[in-house]
Design a protein. Structure first.
Length: 94
């Protein structure tokens, strides 16, 4: 099974972005970072993918919108993040 594609939209001044990246790095998970600091087109694409959400970070695992750092942290705390990152879980509710 292949690792999922992780996209994380960030802003260089965002502390929650740094926390999200640190959590993923601690799990040895590679991710694609899209810096929207001064890129209006990238920010517009992020908003569209995130169904209007405009804050950063916005995190996607494959094409599933996870949300921001708090949502990522909560998935990890509930034990749901590792299976999701391994491509073994479709269940985000619990």
């Amino acid at each position: 099974m292949t690792a999922p594609q992780i996209d994380i939209y960030t802003d260089m001044l965002c502390s929650y972005c740094a926390l999200a990246k640190r959590l993923l790095k601690a799990k040895n998970i590679s991710f694609h970072e899209i810096d929207v600091t001064s890129d209006r087109n990238a920010r517009a694409k992020m908003r569209k993918r995130a169904e209007g959400q405009h804050t950063v970070p916005q995190i996607f695992i494959d094409d599933r919108h996870i949300g921001g750092y708090d949502a990522l942290y909560l998935l990890d705390k509930k034990g749901l993040l590792d299976p999701l990152l391994a491509g073994k879980s479709d269940n985000l509710s619990s």
